[in-house]
Design a binder for this molecule. Structure first.
Ligand code: NAD
Ligand code: UDX
Length: 463
């Protein structure tokens, strides 16, 4: 059997870009991305896609309704597919045992139940969502409990390693593709079928064959290592501030060691995004369940350091502004969790904004890609405030950085958008309340130039 029809359940940040690239690279395969959210599907079928990713619009425009389809008809798409990706969200549990730590596999399980229920021929089911270890076992249990003896399922683990903002680039040229399969003849066959899809554009040397449990754990471990690097350099930034060293110089010196390498050593206000915190919490929970408390504590520390870094930065703002921000107008440049995305999930900007709003500040917020409605939603969320009306009164969302900074006391760089580097800071300075402060939480600006203009400049990892 050669794969000619793929169904992807979940039209989100992973399902959408991944399947768009598969459709582009495999014109002989019909790819249908389905979702329970009719709104999301209609956005994928519109001019304005539900997510912003550089390069994605062009691919979708080229492939849509050729061999790439977005649909809410989940059952029909499952029925006709040879291979099904499960790319649904796997958030941290918000209730019950494991609340705030374990990963919630309800959506994955629902997919497995629907597949079991509606399938009328053999399927390869691919776990692409990030799950907890041994989740594939439960998926297989559900699939095999169907009452159609002639329908056989193979489950593969094929975690996604794309980073938002560079998703298309990552998907076209991944560092590796990991495929975990059952150690049986049928498992090996399924591995080969999925490999053939990727081999349309990815060299065989980049496809790593593992058992299912290794594949599932590799995803969690990779994110834990990446987050660990950020917390490590952020911990060094604290020492730099205490002794007068410069964390950028230290990071450069560390990164020149070829065993360490230069990437992912940018000290910052802290890491955000939908993956690192969730996957680390999941890893810590797994360790606790396995009765490995020392390992759990080790990884928990990476998260604790991130909270510390976010709170240190927020406190520095308050301290520098004469120990009070009550009634002061402060500009936030950037709200997304990183540049080149409109995604705000776990964005450090939310933490900084919450701290300042709790202290009575008024915020002018500007982000080139985040929708105003999303900013309001994030800042009025139950976890952020118990007084949403007051938050709405205390924030203004701007579509222009110059207007956003007009008549404010301070600018905080929360996201490293390239656009912020090239703004006319002399012009901005003229219209700010003096002394005018800049808090560069991403270390992207030229601090010497800003100081010459007259700004009071504060950053991370440097006095
Ligand atoms: P997302 O929230 O953007 O998208 C998930 C989609 O699944 C939603 O649109 C939701 O409506 C849909 N969905 C949920 N249950 C469904 C069901 N039963 N049937 C049909 N649709 C359903 O999530 P995401 O960011 O794309 O992440 C998906 C998975 O990939 C997660 O496990 C995540 O950890 C992992 N991952 C994410 C990234 C990333 O950068 N966002 C990178 C690698 C891995
Ligand atoms: C991450 C992983 O990189 C990716 O492999 C996985 O599939 C999903 O999770 P993502 O969260 O999209 O990707 O972005 P990433 O580039 O990893 O950045 C995460 C956060 O760390 C951002 O807030 C970013 O600003 C921050 N970061 C990153 C730093 O603070 N310093 C760095 O050196 C790198």
């Amino acid at each position: 059997m050669a794969i000619t029809k793929i169904c992807c359940i979940g039209a989100g940040y992973v399902g959408g870009p991944t399947c768009s690239v598969i459709a582009m690279q495999c014109p002989h395969i019909k790819v249908t991305v389905v979702d329970i959210s009719a709104q999301r599907i209609s956005q994928w079928n519109s001019e304005k896609l539900p997510i912003y990713e550089p390069g994605l619009d062009d691919i979708v425009k080229k492939q849509r309704n050729v061999n790439l389809f977005f649909s809410t008809n989940i059952e029909e798409s499952i029925q006709e597919a040879d291979l099904i990706f499960i790319s649904v969200n796997t958030p941290t549990m918000t209730f019950g045992v494991g609340k705030g730590r374990a990963v919630d596999l309800t959506y994955v399980e629902n997919c497995a139940r629907t597949i079991a229920q509606v399938s009328t021929n053999n399927k390869i089911v691919v776990e692409k969502s990030t799950v907890s270890v041994r989740a594939a076992e439960n998926i297989l249990k559900i699939l095999n409990a169907n009452d159609k003896p002639n329908v056989k399922f193979q489950v593969l683990s094929n975690p996604e390693f794309l980073s938002e903002g560079v998703a298309v680039e990552n998907l076209l040229n991944p560092d590796r593709v990991i495929i975990g399969h059952e150690e049986t003849a049928d498992g090996l066959w399924a591995f080969k079928e999925l490999s053939k899809v990727y081999l349309n554009w990815i060299p065989e040397s980049k496809i790593l064959k593992t058992n299912i449990w290794s594949s599932e754990l590799t995803k969690l471990a990779a994110n834990a290592f990446l987050a660990d690097r950020i917390s490590s350099i952020n911990s060094i930034s604290v020492i730099c501030e205490a002794i007068g060293a410069d964390v950028s110089e230290v990071a450069k010196g560390i990164g020149l060691d070829s065993r360490i390498g230069p990437k992912f050593l940018q000290a910052s206000v802290g890491f955000g995004g939908s993956c690192f915190q969730k996957d680390l919490l999941n890893l810590v929970y797994i360790c606790e369940c396995l009765n490995l408390p020392q390992v759990a504590v080790y990884w928990q520390q990476v998260l604790d350091m991130n909270v510390y870094q976010k709170s240190r930065f927020s406190n520095k703002i308050i301290k520098s502004l004469c120990n009070t921000v009550t009634g002061k107008k402060i500009t936030m440049f950037g709200f997304a969790f990183k540049k080149d995305t409109g995604d705000t999930r776990e964005s450090p900007a939310i933490y900084v904004a919450k701290t300042l709003l709790d202290e009575g500040a008024k915020l002018n917020i500007y982000d080139p890609r985040v929708e105003p409605g999303q900013i309001k939603k994030d800042l009025t969320h139950l976890y952020v405030t118990d007084n949403p009306e007051n938050v709405i009164k205390s924030i203004e969302i701007h579509d222009n950085p110059y207007k956003a900074s007009h008549s404010t006391h301070a600018i905080i760089i929360c996201t490293e958008w390239d656009k912020f580097v090239n703004l006319d800071y002399e012009e901005i300075y003229k219209h700010m309340i003096k002394p005018a402060f800049i808090f560069d939480g991403r270390k992207i600006l030229n601090h010497k130039t800003l100081a010459t203009i007259g700004f009071q400049v504060h950053t991370i990892g440097k006095r």
